[in-house]
Design a protein around this ligand. Structure first.
Ligand code: PLP
Length: 459
């Protein structure tokens, strides 16, 4: 029986009765009631009460081509009618998976000719752990076990993904991280480097990797993993000196370099992959989200020549894989998505037009008395809420964390029909890549209004 004529309150009650949401205080949600999203078009969502909302977060950093793209919808319907599912185990394959692997090799940086498909970014990072360890086993260095990630990095929610990430709240539950994962501090100039130039800080932050490698013993370290630009951690754009120095250090000690491209991949930073924007050459890349613009779950690992050669030529059977590795419907949607990105020159649109425009409009917010720093890279941007700005200290000082100023600002975003995320007191956006300048102006108007209302409440 259709339940589509339920009221919002009825939906909320059913939601609270049965649905355990991710990263959610279950009891708190039941008390407040969730917002039920019922439809979407282009960059807008509508809730069950008919309110229109500008989606400044592309769903969850994924709906890069915006909602309602017919070619993706038709690709799914066509593939479902023809062959909704078949697996890729036991020497079988489906055509969409083969074709998607080909296209991914075409758009990836030189040397990436192979892909391992998963159903999500977290599974992709689990695959990274398996592959990295297998690689060193095959190279005759099984003692190289340790993978180094970063505090406040995010690599997913499975045991390995959450371990590679450096989210203290996640580590506090369930005995994480798993053994042989280590972390260094993040390259967050605003928090750790204000006494020096951004460039000098970038070198210093990369130096923490070398210190960690030497402390652990270089012969024990297998790989370093990082997001080119930290997303969930608060859109932390590292100084330009950071990644080239990380690359130099990994090369010096022979350590594998892994780029988690789950957010940064497929145009978000103005190139196909974030490592291209940040100027480094990884050995492995995790992807998900933007590969299918979130229309359907899909992820994977792009495997560079150094690792692929060993796994293929010396590895024998790789005892790893998922039911949905290379899911034909997911791959068909991803193919339609990548075709759209290519035919409509979306990556160039981000690099040459809309990304620089977002950066310009965000930089203007630095004049606001609540804004201590803005950062952006392609179609992701952040502003830091602070108090007490003076000409001598234009970056101001942090609010007491118990004031939860980010949540106050988020409350106004909610009220004004804007999805903007609060990471502590850092407000972030990652809107669809197909946005126009007029739509950016509309979003910036809403952001300014929310900042003004927050300022008024705090004054
Ligand atoms: N890696 C990064 C950088 C992410 O941002 C995310 C999700 O936000 C993941 C991995 C995990 O992806 P998924 O939620 O698809 O498992």
């Amino acid at each position: 029986m259709s339940k589509s004529n339920r009221t919002t309150q009825e939906w909320q009650a059913a939601d609270a009765r049965h649905f355990l949401h991710p990263f959610t205080d279950f009891k708190g949600l039941a008390a407040k009631g969730s917002r039920i999203i019922s439809k979407a078009d282009n960059i807008y969502l509508w809730d069950s009460e008919g309110h229109k909302i500008l989606d400044g977060m592309s769903g969850l950093w994924c709906v890069n081509v915006g909602y309602g793209q017919q070619s993706l919808i038709e690709a799914a319907a066509k593939q479902m009618a023809e062959l909704p599912f078949y697996n890729a185990f036991f020497q079988t394959a489906t055509m969409p998976a083969i074709e998607l692997a080909e296209v991914l090799a075409e758009i990836s940086p030189p040397g990436f000719e192979h892909v391992f498909f998963t159903g999500s970014g977290s599974e992709g990072n689990d695959t990274i752990v398996r592959m990295v360890r297998r690689y060193w086993d095959l190279k005759g260095s099984p003692e190289r076990q340790i993978i180094i990630g970063r505090i406040n990095g995010y690599h997913g929610s499975t045991m390995a993904g959450a371990s590679l990430g450096g989210m203290s709240g996640m580590h506090a539950q369930g005995g994480l991280p798993i053994p042989n994962i280590s972390h260094i501090e993040q390259p967050h100039w605003f928090e750790h480097g204000q006494d020096m130039s951004r460039e000098d800080f970038g070198l210093k932050a990369a130096g923490w990797l070398e210190e960690k490698i030497l402390a652990l013993g270089a012969d024990k370290v297998a790989a370093f993993i990082g997001e080119p630009v930290q997303g969930a951690g608060g859109v932390i754009v590292p100084p330009s000196t950071y990644w080239p120095e990380i690359q130099r250090i990994c090369d010096k000690y022979g350590i594998l370099l892994v780029s988690d491209e789950v957010i940064c991949g497929f145009g978000r930073t103005g190139n196909w992959f974030g490592c291209e924007t940040m100027g480094f050459k990884p050995d492995l890349m995790t992807f998900a989200k933007g590969v299918s613009s979130g229309y359907i779950p899909l992820g994977g690992v792009l495997v560079g020549a150094r690792v692929a050669k060993v796994l293929i030529e010396e590895g024998g059977e790789f005892n790893h894989g998922f039911t949905y590795s290379g899911h034909p419907t997911a791959c068909a949607v991803a193919l339609a998505n990548l075709k759209l990105l290519r035919e409509q020159h979306v990556v160039e649109h981000v690099r040459d037009d809309i990304g620089p425009y977002l950066a310009q409009r965000f930089a203007e917010l630095n004049e606001h008395p609540l804004v201590g720093e803005t950062q952006s890279c392609g179609m992701m941007a952040a502003l830091q809420l602070v108090k007490g700005k003076t000409p001598d200290k234009p970056t101001g000082t942090a609010f007491a964390s118990e004031l939860e100023v980010g949540m106050i600002c988020r409350k106004y975003c909610f009220a004004n029909g804007l999805i903007m995320r609060a990471v502590g007191d850092r407000m972030i956006v990652a809107p669809p890549l197909v946005m126009t300048r007029t739509q950016i102006d509309e979003m910036m108007g809403l952001i300014r209004r929310c900042l003004d209302q927050t300022w008024e409440e705090l004054s």
